[in-house]
Write a protein that binds this ligand. Structure first.
Ligand SMILES: Cc1cc2nc3c(=O)[nH]c(=O)nc-3n(C[C@H](O)[C@H](O)[C@H](O)COP(=O)(O)O)c2cc1C
Length: 178
């Protein structure tokens, strides 16, 4: 799949079939995460691959009932738990780059998953303490996000985005791009 097709075709997938994910596809998406850029190439991220129903149920319990991805956590064949060590990344000017490092790796994983015909969905609205206990994540690692991984049961239409004119400036703040 062409890169631009991958970028425009990816969606947050919240409904999954019961079809399994092949080991080959799983390794490909993990490889896409592994090669992501990071602060001083420190690679502060860790990924936990969850397949056991009992662990998925504990993870699902970390999401509020109103989280639209809650059911997908138990429905998808795999859940990936994204963890990162804040001290293993940079904090220049008070900015915590572990979130960016981990986010970049996860986004690469998600794009690769889409290229493999698989769905994912960022999940960041969850109780970290509950997810931590579900997977025995030790301090100082933070549980940054989760994603289900599986075959999409339906493909949602694209969600709207702001126009470029709203988000891009030329030379200085608020000057429109010609
Ligand atoms: C940092 C982050 C956290 C998110 N957390 C959740 C979440 O907890 N539950 C959920 O259903 N979607 C979550 N999403 C998915 C967004 O709602 C989704 O990306 C957005 O609506 C655009 O839709 P699209 O991904 O299909 O383009 C999250 C996305 C990001 C980037």
């Amino acid at each position: 799949m062409d890169l631009y097709e991958t970028l425009t075709g990816r969606r947050s997938i919240r409904r999954y079939t019961e079809d399994p994910v092949s080991d080959e596809a799983l390794l490909k998406v993990l490889e896409a995460a592994r090669i992501a850029p990071s602060w001083e190439n420190r690679q502060c991220w860790r990924f936990i691959i969850v397949r056991e129903r009992s662990v998925k149920e504990k993870l699902a319990a970390s999401l509020p009932e109103r989280n639209p991805c809650r059911r997908a956590i138990t429905a998808a064949p795999i859940v990936i738990v994204l963890c990162a060590d804040p001290a293993a990344s940079g904090q220049p000017d008070g900015k915590e780059y572990y979130l960016l490092d981990a986010g970049l790796a996860m986004q690469q994983l998600m794009l690769a998953a889409h290229a493999e015909g698989l769905g994912t969905c960022w999940v960041a609205w969850f109780k970290e303490a509950v997810a931590r206990e579900a997977c025995n994540v030790p301090a100082p690692y933070r549980v940054v996000a989760l994603t289900p991984l599986g075959v999409p049961a339906r493909r949602p239409s694209p969600r709207p985005r702001k126009a470029l004119s709203e988000i891009v400036f030329a030379e200085e703040w608020d000057r429109p791009l010609p």
